[in-house]
Ligand binder design. Structure first.
Ligand SMILES: CC(C)(COP(=O)(O)OP(=O)(O)OC[C@H]1O[C@@H](n2cnc3c(N)ncnc32)[C@H](O)[C@@H]1OP(=O)(O)O)[C@@H](O)C(=O)NCCC(=O)NCCS
Length: 201
């Protein structure tokens, strides 16, 4: 792929397909992604590295998962992302027994806004299309959502039930915080004849 640049950040980069030699880097980027998402404990993230590495290696080796690394002009990795051809059940009209699932999309903070993640997702979409798949799915972080939506990803009808009560409470807190962040901030209280009232906006 030709190096790509956008006006906001003058960084240029090239994308290459990851090999097993990149396994440690892919793990590092995944852990950094979870750290930035901020909703997992450091202990859980640190422990996840070993499990993810063991899970990923055979998948990269067999091409059940394909990952890309973005390198800057000096050859330093500045981002990565992957697509896993995840087993799935057949559905009417869709005989695919796998669904391409995008995961571990991460860009180093100093390379953000230059289109690294967008290029990575486009590369995964192109591969999935070339292999004849009908759709690609993912779970988006708050930061990633706009990248995906701009490329045409749509929210689906997937629902989730947490059996684990700790996770259920965590999810409830996360949703409450998200809802609060979406609420317009309350108008300042003003005094009117001894009573306080909300300012009209
Ligand atoms: C989300 C992320 C991968 C985007 O990487 P990137 O290479 O900067 O993305 P691109 O340059 O292709 O696109 C930039 C877009 O990312 C989004 N974005 C980047 N940083 C953001 C932030 N702090 N808050 C919200 N959106 C952000 C914006 O939509 C931005 O669009 P803009 O350039 O018009 O402002 C990167 O910010 C990142 O690694 N974040 C932490 C890990 C993460 O959340 N990964 C996604 C997992 S689903």
């Amino acid at each position: 792929m030709a190096p790509r640049s956008r006006t906001r950040t003058p960084l240029t980069f090239t994308l290459r397909r990851a090999t097993l030699d990149d396994a440690d880097l892919l793990v590092r980027h995944r852990l950094a992604m979870f750290r930035e998402m901020g909703d997992r404990s450091e202990r859980a993230i640190a422990r996840h590295g070993t499990a993810y590495l063991a899970w990923m290696i055979p998948k990269i080796a067999s091409a059940e998962m394909v990952a890309w690394i973005a390198d800057d002009p000096a050859g330093r990795p500045v981002g990565s992302g992957a697509v896993w051809f995840q087993p799935s059940q057949p559905r009417p009209g869709f005989d695919d027994l796998r669904v391409p699932y995008l995961l571990s999309v991460y860009t180093d903070p100093r390379a953000r806004g230059a289109g690294v993640a967008t290029a990575m997702v486009e590369r995964a979409l192109a591969l999935a299309k070339r292999l004849g798949y009908a759709r690609v799915s993912l779970h988006a972080s708050q930061m990633g959502r706009r990248v995906y939506e701009r490329l045409g990803f749509q929210t689906t009808t997937e629902l989730r039930y947490w059996i684990d009560p700790v996770q259920r409470r965590r999810e409830a807190r996360r949703r409450a915080a998200e809802a609060a962040a979406r609420e317009p901030s309350p108008a300042p209280r003003i005094k009117t004849a001894g009573r306080s009232a909300r300012a009209r906006t």
